[in-house]
Write a protein that binds this ligand. Structure first.
Ligand code: TTJ
Length: 393
């Protein structure tokens, strides 16, 4: 560094802990941590889309395989200097730890990945990061190296439209391997397009010379359909149960009973797959079981002498649950289980009345589901009787 100003020192102090102990912020410097950089930047673009300001997100994996550009057509991060701090919002976002990008009250922040850290962490761990903003009729660029601004924000010229573009190249002195896995990025983008209906996400993989667009106006319903098709699962009723809630807790759920003998539940927290389930999935199971049981009891639908277990009720169930919460706690070796205890009752009470109401207002659907459940109970009892008969003999 030839020009090492006081401002740079502050910045260095701000992000120094990140470079010293990167694992604390991104969960390690292996492949998971490396890809975490992409998710952190991506979440900001998705937030802009979720808040209704952006409709297109473009992700590019460049030909070297170790640099990525993420762009949105949102409002653009403000580039004008704050009179007191003499820094722009852009500079604060990329150089201050925990300045995530939640500027306006009421705007929802996905709280991102593993630890909910922001763009500054990506900036600190990048050999090179370039932000380009289009707004107010112009285009501006601010460059960073290892979290340190390389001069001031620079006006590139006049430009139409608005948006934010971030190019970054992970620092090879931090990450032993800096090559991204295109399939990992692709999968995350595809899931994001289901979880955030309305967002159009284009993934260009220059290493493979491919370009794909992910867009699902039907969101989780479309996702459920792909699960059914992929597994050749036949539903036992028409139209799935769909719940989209956003008061206090953002929760999206779609469920459908099928002829399958097991239960398939895919769950996500802040766009992150929770393959080992956790409190939110348990809340779903509890609420769903209680709703169905209550419906069956209220209408006296259980045949005499047949007891319906929770497993009977959930046999053949296929569902997708997506939650967005402020402070997710992930547990387990692979951090793929949600541990927030409050989500157990929150999910239970969020879904139960809706499912009961749905059953009560869709009698033919409810009949098909209850028929499926009774069949599961009878099959279970018959199989146990046969087992006992063999043991007896
Ligand atoms: C902030 O308040 C004024 C209008 O714009 C708001 C904002 O921050 N918008 C915004 C941020 N849009 N897109 C971003 C963003 C996009 C990427 C790809 C990366 C980051 C860190 C932020």
């Amino acid at each position: 560094m030839s020009t090492y100003t006081a401002k740079d020192i502050t910045v260095l102090e701000g992000l120094e802990p990140v470079r010293k102990r990167p694992g604390m912020y991104i969960g390690g410097v292996g492949a998971t941590g490396l890809h975490h950089l992409v998710w952190e930047i991506l979440d900001n673009a998705i937030d802009e889309a979720m808040n209704g300001y952006a409709s297109n997100i473009a992700v590019t994996l460049h030909d070297d395989g170790s640099s990525v550009t993420i762009a949105d057509d949102g409002r653009g991060i403000p580039v004008d200097k704050h009179p007191q701090t003499k820094k722009s919002a852009l500079e604060v976002v990329f150089t201050t730890l925990h300045a995530g990008g939640k500027f306006e009250p009421g705007n929802y922040k996905t709280a991102g990945g593993l630890h909910g850290v922001g763009a500054s962490v990506v900036c600190a761990l990048s050999k090179e990061l370039v932000v380009t903003v289009k707004r107010d009729g112009g285009s501006w660029e601010h460059r960073f190296k290892q979290g340190i601004p390389q001069g001031a924000v620079k006006k590139l010229g006049a430009a139409r439209g608005t948006g934010t573009t971030v190019f970054f190249r992970p620092d090879a002195t931090i990450f032993p391997k800096v090559e991204f896995d295109a399939a990992t990025i692709r999968e995350r983008l595809e899931i994001a397009s289901y979880l955030h209906k309305g967002a159009r996400i284009v993934f260009e993989d220059v290493t493979a010379g491919s370009k794909e667009t992910f867009e699902h106006s039907d969101g989780l319903e479309a996702y459920l359909k792909t699960i059914l098709t992929a597994g050749s699962l036949r539903p036992v009723h028409e139209a799935p149960f769909v719940l989209n809630r956003d008061n206090g807790l953002r929760l999206d759920l779609v469920i459908q009973w099928t002829e399958a003998t097991d239960e398939i539940i895919r769950s996500y927290v802040n766009g992150i797959p929770t393959g080992s389930g956790g409190t939110h999935e348990n809340g779903l199971r509890a609420g769903l079981t209680k709703a169905v049981r209550n419906f069956i009891d209220t209408h006296n639908l259980a045949p005499k002498g047949v007891t319906l277990t929770a497993d009977d009720i959930r046999e053949g169930l296929v569902g997708v649950l997506s939650l967005f919460i402020e402070e997710p706690q992930f547990q387990g070796q692979t951090k793929d289980r949600l541990n927030n205890l409050e989500l157990l009752s929150a999910v239970d009470s969020a879904i139960r009345p809706g499912i009961e109401h749905w059953l009560n207002h869709n009698i033919s659907v409810a009949e098909a589901i209850v028929g499926r459940i009774i069949l599961a109970a009878r099959a279970r009892e018959a199989s146990r009787a046969a087992q006992q008969e063999i043991t007896r003999k």
